[in-house]
Design a protein around this ligand. Structure first.
Ligand SMILES: [Fe+2]
Ligand SMILES: [Fe+2]
Length: 257
């Protein structure tokens, strides 16, 4: 038996909805697109502010939250950013679960959980460096160090822990790809470091973490985050650390200035 169709909207309901949308569009501020966003399309350009205003009489530019994006709480936590600003967290969650089930220390599990936040929430290029910088003020140095170093270590094998160059990279970058000198240098420095193995574990639990059939909930790591991530009481971004601006930008990415 078919389920009965939803009753159609009445004309006056349709009119109300239309009016509401008009009001919303009228009040919506103009989002600003940063130069970097266009570079990925091969363009180096910036819209002229006055010209854009002339095309949109009565409007002003967005200087706050972007209503097209999920609403963030006033005092956002790391969990809020993971839920509301990351394109996908499944890779991170799967990595962290592998590390946890392997019995690795909680700090290493958190490093696995956050190792690619640069990629999934911010920018791909040099993602280890960006990701480490974002969390640096809030975690033990070992965690951010490990995330920064995984950027280089993932390109270099370590037979002692069974890590080989990922097949996936041959597919993604071609068989000819060789890491740039700065990556080689970072690897050489990292491999003699006291926290080398923490970072190496990120790469070990990284490559096995692309199973589309496994679902892991963020709540599984709420305790570990609580114990090892120093959430600022003002909310991430509204505190005053060398990384606060990065969280603010992620919160309000289309702000004009
Ligand atoms: Fe990575
Ligand atoms: Fe990864």
């Amino acid at each position: 038996m078919n389920t009965p169709a939803q009753p159609a909207m009445t004309l006056s309901e349709l009119a109300d909805e239309h009016e509401e949308k008009m009001l919303h569009d009228l009040n919506a501020k103009l989002p600003a697109k940063s130069v970097l966003f266009g570079m990925a399309d091969g363009k180096i350009e910036i819209a002229n502010g006055n010209a854009t205003l002339a095309q949109n009489p009565g409007k002003v530019f967005n200087m706050g939250e972007d209503p097209r994006l999920p609403k963030m709480p006033d005092k956002p936590t790391l969990m809020d950013f993971l839920r509301l600003r990351m394109a996908s967290t499944m890779h991170l969650l799967q990595s962290a679960r592998h590390a946890r089930l392997a019995g690795l220390p909680e700090k290493t599990v958190l490093a696995c959980l956050l190792h690619d936040i640069g990629v999934v929430g911010f920018i791909r290029c040099d993602h280890g460096y960006w990701g480490a910088q974002m969390i640096e003020p809030y975690v033990d140095e070992e965690i951010s160090w490990a995330i920064r170093a995984h950027q280089a270590l993932r390109f270099f094998p370590d037979e002692s822990v069974g890590y080989t160059y990922p097949e996936q990279y041959i597919k993604l970058f071609g068989a000819e790809y060789k890491p740039e000198p700065y990556v080689v240098r970072a690897y050489e420095e990292a491999k003699n470091h006291k926290w080398y193995m923490t970072s190496r574990m990120i790469t070990v639990y990284d490559v096995y973490s692309f199973d589309p059939n496994v679902t892991v909930e963020l709540e599984e790591f709420e305790d570990i985050i609580g114990r090892h991530f120093r959430q600022p009481k003002e909310g991430l971004g509204w505190d005053n650390t060398p990384a606060s601006h990065m969280w603010r930008t992620l919160n309000w990415p289309s702000r004009f200035l």
